[in-house]
Design a protein around this ligand. Sequence first.
Ligand SMILES: *Cc1c(COP(=O)(O)O)cnc(C)c1O
Length: 479
Amino acid sequence: MSEEKTFHLSSDDFRRQGYAVIDWIADYLERVERLPVLSRAQPGELRALLPEHAPARGEPFEAVLADVERLILPGITHWQSPNFFAYFPANSSGPAILGELLAAGLGVQGMLWSTSPACTELETQVLDWLVPMLGLPERFSSAGAGGGVIQDSASSATLCALLAARERATRFASNRRGADGRLVAYCSTQTHSSVEKAAKIVGIGAENLRQIEVDERFAMRPDLLAQRIAADEAAGLVPCFVCATVGTTSSTAVDPVREIGRLCRERGLWLHVDAAMCGTAALCPEFRYLHDGVELADSYCFNPHKWMFTNFDCDCFYVADRKHLIETLSVLPEYLRNKATESGAVIDYRDWQVPLGRRFRALKLWFVIRHYGVEGLQHHVREHVRLAQRFADWVRDDPRFELAAPAPLNLVCFRLRSGDAANQRLLDALNASGDLYLTHTKLDGKLSLRLCVGQTRTEERHVAAAWRRIQDVASTLRP
Ligand SMILES: *Cc1c(COP(=O)(O)O)cnc(C)c1O
């Protein structure tokens, strides 16, 4: 036996310290609602407290964990707080955390089926489960020409969709010679900024991404979309892609997917449906109307890492015909050649995404779905929507306030009637209090506050306390 020194963590110490970390997380989740939601750290504050150089000698784990508490926690904005109502939820849950841990423990690279068959097959199966769970069209399941894949984010899903759309429109000429400047894509003025980023990356260019005007409910106007496509065609351009949103980030606007889809079919454009947060609502039959017309889409995505109790990162991306996506992204260097791939009997998910390597993300999603069951997930989604609707009622009943947009689900956009300056002071005072965290948007040119209910542990008492706080602060504002 070698007497050589090893620097590794021993198996016994790993167990001990692992239990300590789980205890730390469980304690954190119990106390997080009492912590100020928005971090009060100033720029550079943490860096000034950290040593300038890495330690030459390894340190005891206890010291590291103590520094998490002492140094890191003050710089954390508590996304897992039940008083977190900002942006969109990034909720998590016990089963998801444990699935994530197990994925790290297995340390698998799932780029090819052959690099870990279970990593690929579990992912295909769980994504197929979600098709009927969300009332998605059968063509998105792997049994037919389509299929689903987990991406790191909705931004990546959109990027892959736009790449495949570009290739379909140019019969793969862009892949060979680059995009030629005539391709045009469409979204609305309310579409998430990730579509603009994707347009830049794929070589369509931000100027060739048309932002179509919206109606009074902030949904894309299909008549204006049709006009713009016709004008672009008349000008010798090549319209290739439309992104429709089911639940915009700003205000939960739902674009008319069916009408947009018909237009895309007529003109041969790729339709991508971005349902990043709100797709989750379709777990409940009463919210399935959100997916009306999705059977006309070429691709679709939603984020379990927003509202389905699965910690970041986990975006489910579906295509109706996987052949375009795979042909767009497939490259096969000699060192990745293998019998399973050549047999054509397996899925190699590296051809469905931008990076080569991939994590075993399906594990946490599988844990979540098996733990909650469809009923458990439905229960919590319904509860979040119910709480947001109560909040909307309270806003309607207070004459100082108004709703800034329709609130069909779990996001309420509202504002004081007394103008932008008052709303800014209200928002700043609320967030400085630490009792809750809200963010803002602009709707009809007016500053509006957003309250989004979707945290795993948000209960009625948290939403009621938030509303009391909002009313109290509003009362202290001088006009
Ligand atoms: C949050 C959001 C995105 C971006 O999601 P990522 O997964 O962070 O890329 C895109 N579209 C919509 C509608 C969103 O709400």
